[in-house]
Design a protein around this ligand. Structure first.
Ligand code: SGN
Ligand code: CA
Length: 512
């Protein structure tokens, strides 16, 4: 902790609640697969998210917010440790088991006198460590009547919709379960808006009269980008007609796949009837139309967008509910509220759903914060930040020392309204999960304020270079083009520097 923060935290200018307790609380809300294009304070083209926007309106919005490895488990591990994947050991969902014996931010917060709790999606396989209280979803969890794992390892099937339940449990913990003599950090980890986008029953009909604009890049043919061409996350080709799109043949002998049934079969009889009635009629209509080609692809896109938007609507309601609770309970002045997602997502850009690539839609992640009294930044923050920065930020706010091996930077100066001259001018990214679902090849890269250099490796050796100013949709791979030698050289040097700084064992060799 530097001197200014120490003074700030001890100072008499602090509101009574903070002064009595000495330190800020943190409510960290993280969703799954929520992306900036679907959050109206970032982009109001597609949907309105009034409650999420409240956080930005009353606080700050990071407009250059990135992940280090665009996948759930890895992002969660980066957040918990403040370290890149190769350091925290959780590089991919498929084979990863988080080593819970390592140093983590929640453990350091405990040491600093904080109560720590996590509710909702965990996705790191091993049991949570460093939490005084946890109540988590197994693996990806379920939308309907979800099962939770309790601290004694028993499982409880709860009645209702997952987003409401995670919020109820979070409010209940703050209101009834915590030790009020201590500051706290609460991690509210939603399943929303993960695949397969199952709406709350009361919102089944929302957005049904809305036609979402088809993204400019929906029919991308991936010229000059063989790794982009090799993926299996195309709405047209890979999105499943039953599991994802929920178009089954009503009345057919085997209309429903087992995976679909495992999600929807959890509904109570009454809700199931409402659900079936809704999708039966859409399915009947769909199969009568015999759509093919672009018409079929765009039909799938509309279904995807509508269901995702419905799931998001429940999420937005629930974030509003949590903010209202913090206001009503008098916690708002002393509590930092963070809203983010484990990564961004494709909403039809390049023809895709899912994430993984270092392209903008999935490299970025929403990040807004409502600040407690004493932290004065407001509006947009344009410094480049990454999910490895959250751990040191919370530690600094807790007045705890930030260990040297943490790789992120504390955002506290930015939250005070400062713009440190030496702030990072580029970020490092490394994605590992290949071969695996969606078949996005392994790659690492660097992004600075204007350019991006990516190296796809393993069973391919392809470089990509983008000028984000002239080509924001990343359609034109400039790598190797005449006139780009200088910028390529500069970015390659920057990439090598970051790989050395973060000590990534997979890296460019000297001279490359
Ligand atoms: C599941 C999904 C994938 C998704 C991964 C990772 N398939 O495996 O589409 O990419 O999760 O998502 S599904 O058939 O099970 O729905 S992550 O957000 O948890 O990383
Ligand atoms: Ca995710």
């Amino acid at each position: 902790m530097n001197k200014t923060t120490a003074l700030l935290l001890m100072g008499s200018a602090l509101p009574a609640a903070v002064a009595a307790q000495g330190r800020y609380n943190v409510v960290y809300i993280m969703t799954d697969d929520h992306t900036m294009q679907m959050m109206s304070c970032y982009d109001s083209t597609l949907v309105e998210t009034p409650n999420l926007d409240r956080i930005a309106r009353d606080g700050v919005k990071f407009v250059n917010s990135y992940v280090a490895n665009s996948l759930s488990g890895p992002s969660r591990a980066c957040m918990l440790t403040g370290k890149h994947s190769h350091k925290n050991g959780f590089t991919n969902n498929e084979h990863g088991v988080f080593d819970g014996s390592q140093q983590t931010m929640p453990k350091l917060m405990q040491k600093a006198g904080y109560q720590t709790a996590i509710i909702g999606k965990w996705h790191l396989v091993s049991d949570p460590t460093g939490f005084d209280y946890w109540n988590i979803l197994p693996a990806q969890g379920d939308y309907y009547n979800p099962t939770f794992i309790n601290m004694d390892k028993t499982q409880t099937r709860e009645k209702g919709y997952v987003t409401n339940i995670v919020t109820d449990k979070s409010i209940d913990w703050m209101e009834h379960k915590r030790d009020r003599s201590k500051p706290f950090i609460l991690f509210v980890h939603h399943k929303a808006c993960h695949r397969a986008w199952l709406p709350e029953i009361k919102y089944l009909h929302e957005y049904e009269d809305k036609t979402f604009p088809v993204p400019e890049t929906f029919y991308d043919h991936y010229e000059g980008r063989p790794a982009a061409a090799a993926q299996e996350m195309s709405i047209d080709e890979d999105m499943d007609m039953v599991y994802d799109v929920k178009m089954y043949r009503p009345g057919a002998k085997t209309p429903l796949t087992p995976t679909y049934l495992s999600m929807v079969g959890r509904l109570d009889t009454e809700d199931r009837a409402v659900y079936d009635h809704f999708y039966d009629s859409l399915s009947t209509d769909f199969y009568a139309r015999n759509l093919t080609g672009n018409a079929l692809a765009e039909f799938k896109y509309q279904r995807y967008m509508r269901d995702y938007a419905k799931v998001l609507k429940s999420l937005d309601d629930n974030v509003g509910r949590l903010l209202d609770y913090l206001d009503a309970s008098g916690l708002s002045d002393s509590t930092l509220v963070v809203y983010t997602s484990d990564q961004g997502f494709y909403m039809g850009e390049h023809g895709w759903f899912d994430k993984r690539f270092m392209y903008e839609e999935s490299l970025t992640t929403p990040l807004v914060m409502r600040l407690p009294k004493g932290l004065d930044a407001r509006g947009e923050i344009s410094e480049m930040v990454q999910n490895i920065d959250y751990a040191p930020t919370f530690l600094e706010l807790a007045g705890a020392p930030i260990p040297d091996d943490i790789q992120g930077e504390s955002l506290v100066p930015l939250l005070r309204g400062e713009h440190p001259r030496k702030w990072r001018k580029s970020i490092y990214y490394h994605f590992y999960e290949y071969p695996a679902e969606h078949m996005v090849k392994r790659h690492y890269g660097v992004r600075d304020e204007r350019y991006k250099l990516i190296h796809f490796y393993n069973d391919i050796d392809v470089w990509e270079l983008y000028d984000l100013q002239n080509d924001p949709h990343e359609l034109h791979n400039l790598y190797g083009q005449p006139g780009t030698e200088k910028v390529t050289k500069r970015l390659r040097k920057e990439l090598r520097k970051l790989q050395e700084q973060y000590d990534d064992p997979i890296r460019l060799q000297p001279g490359m």
